[in-house]
Design a protein around this ligand. Structure first.
Ligand code: 5CA
Length: 439
């Protein structure tokens, strides 16, 4: 993308309405704009980030056998009356009437709809297990939307739902999903720690929240720092084998981790001092096992091996995709702006032309830009060098390729890594090779 022709409205001033750093940086870097309380429009750079996150989430869901679907945002109230949650959900649910006075709602979550879809088509234990997921907008009429996309009213969520024949199957599915979550967050460049959690309005008996440490987080957390050293992408788990899943789960739950609600001083004192991590955290994912709560209340059964009908066991698994944009920034920024982890960044690199209009600089920049125009941002504006540096730091591209008249004349550029600040001179050929293989 050429910056001179793009819609990337950065702000120099700090917006007064933003209380936390990620919200300020999202506005300043031109990622989002608020259109109503707790409701945001995603501008080109923000949308790229949102899509990159969704894509990593998708790949890890697919890798554990979940199948993607897409359900509507609007739901019939009748579905929720069947489960009994229509009244129970309270004022967070946005209720709507259509022209025929029929009750609709903007989905805050989709247990009812997916259970109904499942029940219409799956009739036998032979078709179990099934894990379905979607990445779709949700609406919750939060009393106090705040912190930008972190606690919005409309937000983008990955929600998955599982159906198993028995408890053992449901537990294996839950553990597979937990592994998928650890891998997803690691690929997103953040460490989200699973913590035993309350189940709230989703219900059920077994639940974990995935929490990223950040000073502006809404819950107090305590965990064993050894957790941060684990490489879940290399963890040798055979997801088809219940024993292998159990070993993984036992290893993972062996590290101390708890929110302040569940904190246990006696167990905490067993964690060595230098490994104690204590602070505030942001919930970026939440998984639940709730058995037959919805299949029972909605009257969904399948036939068993013995010919008897039974209610399948369910779980649901959420990731706050739009919240993650803010959470990643909370965890990865400095005083100059965002530091995007690779894989999430809207652009792999920015090409900074320090003398737009100079024939040698322009020609070299064009050559570099042609290496991967879809993944690069070319700052071809007629701005001062200082403005270009500041904007590139603010927007947080993993690499900055700096093209000045002296280097251009001798066939070299300067490459800066945003995460470390490290700068190196490079030949144009090496820079081209770097850009074509991605940051
Ligand atoms: N049905 C289950 C799982 S699919 C569910 O709705 N779980 S949840 O309520 O915990 O939401 C899942 C995730 O969505 C949360 O972990 C959080 O990251 C994100 N989320 C929830 N509320 C908001 C909100 N108001 N703004 C932004 N993200 C939110």
């Amino acid at each position: 993308m050429r910056l001179s022709r793009s819609f990337l409205p950065t702000l120099k001033e700090t917006p007064a309405e933003a209380q936390i750093v990620s919200h300020r940086l999202m506005l300043r870097a031109g990622l989002v704009r608020q259109t109503a309380s707790g409701i945001y429009a995603w501008l080109p750079a923000g949308l790229r980030v949102l899509r990159n996150i969704a894509q990593i989430v998708r790949e890890e869901q697919d890798a554990v056998g979940a199948q993607e679907v897409l359900m509507p945002t609007l739901q019939s109230a009748d579905l929720w009356k069947r489960s009994g949650r229509y009244d129970a959900y309270g004022p967070e649910m946005l209720r709507i009437k259509d022209r025929h006075e029929r009750d609709l709602l903007y989905g805050p979550t989709n247990e009812e709809m997916i259970t109904d879809l499942f029940g219409q088509s799956v009739k036998s234990y032979r078709d179990l297990p099934q894990v379905l997921y979607q990445i779709q907008w949700k609406f919750r009429d939060e009393v106090r939307p705040r912190f930008g996309v972190m606690r919005g009213r409309e937000f983008y969520m990955k929600d998955a739902y599982s159906f198993d024949a028995d408890y053992a199957g449901a537990v294996a599915t839950y553990r597979r999903m937990m592994l998928a979550y650890l891998r997803t967050f690691q690929r997103l460049g953040v460490r989200a720690i699973p913590m035993v959690a309350d189940t709230g309005p989703i219900g059920g008996e077994l639940s974990h929240e995935f929490i990223i440490l950040a000073p502006t987080g809404e819950s107090g957390v305590f965990y064993d720092g050894a957790f941060e050293e684990q490489d879940w992408l290399k963890e040798p788990v055979d997801i088809a084998d219940h024993d292998s899943l159990e070993r993984f789960f036992a290893r993972m739950t062996g590290f101390y981790a708890a929110t302040d609600e569940k904190h246990d001083e006696a167990a905490w004192s067993g964690v060595p001092d230098e490994r104690r991590r204590e602070g505030r955290g942001i919930e970026v994912g939440h998984i639940f096992y709730f058995g037959t709560k919805y299949t029972q209340s909605m009257g969904i059964t399948v036939s068993g091996q013995d010919g008897q009908n039974f209610h399948p066991e369910m779980g649901s698994y959420g990731i706050g995709v739009s919240r993650l944009v803010g959470a990643i920034i909370e965890a990865s920024h400095d005083e100059n702006g965002i530091i995007w982890p690779e894989g999430v960044a809207p652009f792999d690199a920015a090409i900074l032309n320090l003398k737009s209009g100079d024939a040698t600089c322009d020609a070299l920049c064009e050559r570099l830009y042609a290496a991967a125009p879809g993944r690069l941002l070319y700052d071809d504006r007629g701005e001062r060098a200082g403005v270009k540096f500041a904007d590139a730091d603010l927007m947080g591209h993993p690499l900055q390729i700096v093209v000045g008249p002296r280097g251009a004349a001798s066939g070299t550029v300067e490459v800066k890594r945003r995460a470390t600040g490290e700068k190196s001179e490079m030949s144009v050929e090496d820079a081209l090779a770097l850009l074509s293989r991605g940051a």
